[in-house]
Design a protein around this ligand. Structure first.
Ligand code: FE2
Length: 152
């Protein structure tokens, strides 16, 4: 591969990862107000801010590599957004299942793609992944608490 196309493939990979961050950020922002559970709302608020920061960092890295950050999340993003609103209205357990699956998919995307990146982007991605593992853990704890509550 020439240097140019290598650089472009880093940019393309980072743009794909950026899409996931933007999708998560949008969903967490849009669903916060839709459901009444205060704890879930606080988690969504905090994680929306994390994803916004991740998106900012990925955008910055894409620009450093000479790329153009993509800001559209496409049809998948639109569909996920619609489902999130429906799930938020159905209740926190439905929304939690979706956001948990979303975070899990996001982490796998990072794990699958990290080897394709330049060392500096790899460093950034591994920092983002550790925050996402934390999100996953908090959602999981909340889902388990809910399960215990239902079994009482
Ligand atoms: Fe996350």
């Amino acid at each position: 591969m020439t240097t140019h196309s290598k650089q472009q493939s880093y940019i393309d990979t980072l743009n794909e990862l950026l899409k996931g961050e933007l999708m998560a950020m949008k969903i967490y922002k849009e669903t916060q107000a839709l459901q009444g559970d205060e704890h879930v709302r606080a988690l969504l608020q905090q994680f929306a801010a994390d994803h916004e920061e991740h998106a900012r960092l990925l955008t910055q890295r894409i620009r450093e590599l000479g790329g153009i950050p993509e800001t559209e999340t496409g049809l998948a993003g639109t569909m996920a957004g619609i489902w999130a609103k429906i799930n938020a209205l159905r209740g926190p357990s439905h929304l939690l299942q979706q956001v948990y699956a979303g975070e899990d998919t996001g982490i796998h995307a990072y794990e699958d793609r990290i080897d394709e990146l330049d060392p500096q982007s790899q460093q950034l991605v591994s920092e983002i992944m550790s925050a996402d593992h934390d999100h996953l853990k908090h959602f999981q704890e909340r889902m388990e608490a809910e399960k215990r509550e239902r079994q009482k």
